[in-house]
Structure formats: structure tokens, C-alpha cells
Design a protein around this ligand. Structure first.
Ligand code: COA
Length: 162
């Protein structure tokens, strides 16, 4: 059984992330979407909130599990018995960072393979920061994120229209 992890900050999950999960689950038996405790990033949502939003957004995917991790992504992959790490590649600008991370992860754990998947072109310009900014200034984010995230953003920013 081939299991992979899909790590990220997911602050919050967007439809672009869901698109990657839906592609990964076509290829592997189980996808573990795992929220990173990333000390280098200030986040809007707590780990628990991010996990909750992912669980709700992915509840219809039977072979998808959501969890969180601390420390190195390859250690988490090994711990859960994953053969690979899924990452999304939205544009050429993502490539250098992903390439560097994939090679470092390969150096750390040669048995874990990084798999880069491209989301639908409609998500190439999307990221969580844009979604947070839009919501903060009362923009409509419903086209970009699952309904649970629309709700949670409204609660965070007190947006009545949204
Ligand atoms: N659709 C929409 N947005 C997407 C996306 C997609 N398909 N794929 C990525 N993004 C966005 C994210 O929303 C995020 O946006 P933001 O920066 O505005 O918040 C951005 O792209 C970065 O993506 P993310 O996947 O969250 O990566 P990250 O740079 O935060 O890294 C880890 C997350 C978990 C991979 C990384 O921190 C990590 O590996 N940490 C553990 C330490 C480690 O092992 N490092 C590697 C070896 S040194």
C-alpha cells in the first residue's frame, strides 16, 4: 500500500490545495495531509483550526487523513510509513524552492521521494496570503476556499458580507 504525505502550512487551506489532494489520491492508496508547525511563519489560524478546516474540507475523500507535525518533514514521513512527499507546483517561480527542498529532503532520507504535482491553471496565482488579505479587507473569498474556510475567515475578521 503506497502512502504519501502532503505537508504545508495550510493557513488556511485553499481550493488549490484540495486540487492537489484530489490528484494525489488518484495515484496513491492513502494521502496524509499534514499541517506543519512552522516557526518561521506567523499564522492567522492555530494548528488545531487548520487541521479542523482541512478535515471538514476533505471529509468526502475516504483515503485522505489529516494530521500535524513538528520538526523535519522527512522524519514525519518515515514515522507514518510514507513513501513520498507531495508538493504542489503552481508556477515556475515555485520551482527553485521546491527543487532545493526536494534535494535536501533526499539527502536527509534517500528512500522518501518528492512528487511535484501541478494544480489546475485556475489556481496558479492563488496562495493563502492572498486569501487572508482579501478576507481581511472584506473581499469575497468563496471562489477560492472551501465553505468552512469562508465561515472561519468571517469569524476572524468579523466580515458580515463575505
Ligand atoms: N494552491 C494554492 N496555494 C498553494 C498551493 C496550491 N496548490 N501550494 C502551495 N500554496 C501556497 C500556500 O498557501 C502558501 O501560501 P502562503 O505562503 O501565502 O501562506 C505557500 O504556497 C507556501 O506553501 P506551503 O505548502 O505552505 O509551504 P511552506 O513553504 O510553508 O513549507 C513545509 C511547508 C512543511 C513543506 C516546510 O515548512 C517544511 O518542510 N518544514 C519542516 C522542516 C523541514 O523538514 N524542512 C525541509 C528540509 S530543510
Amino acid at each position: 500500500m503506497a502512502k504519501v504525505i502532503y505537508p504545508g502550512t495550510f493557513d488556511p487551506v485553499t481550493n488549490g490545495h484540495i486540487d492537489i489532494v484530489s490528484r494525489a489520491i488518484e495515484l496513491f492508496d492513502e494521502v496524509i495531509v499534514t499541517v506543519a508547525r512552522n516557526p518561521g511563519k506567523t499564522s492567522l489560524f492555530t494548528i488545531e483550526e487548520r487541521v479542523e478546516m482541512l478535515k471538514e474540507s476533505l471529509k468526502d475523500y475516504e483515503r485522505v487523513v489529516v494530521d500535524s507535525f513538528d520538526g523535519l518533514v522527512v522524519n514525519h514521513a518515515k514515522q507514518v510509513g510514507a513513501v513520498g512527499i507531495i508538493r504542489g507546483l503552481r508556477a515556475i517561480s515555485d520551482f527553485e524552492y521546491e527543487f532545493q527542498m526536494a534535494l535536501m529532503n533526499r539527502k536527509l532520507a534517500g528512500e522518501i521521494t518528492t512528487i511535484l504535482l501541478m494544480p489546475h491553471a485556475r489556481y496558479t496565482y492563488l496562495n493563502s496570503t492572498i486569501v487572508r488579505n482579501l478576507a481581511q479587507f472584506q473581499g469575497d473569498v468563496s471562489e477560492f476556499v472551501p465553505p468552512i474556510v469562508v465561515e472561519k475567515l468571517k469569524l476572524k475578521f468579523g466580515n458580515k458580507e463575505g
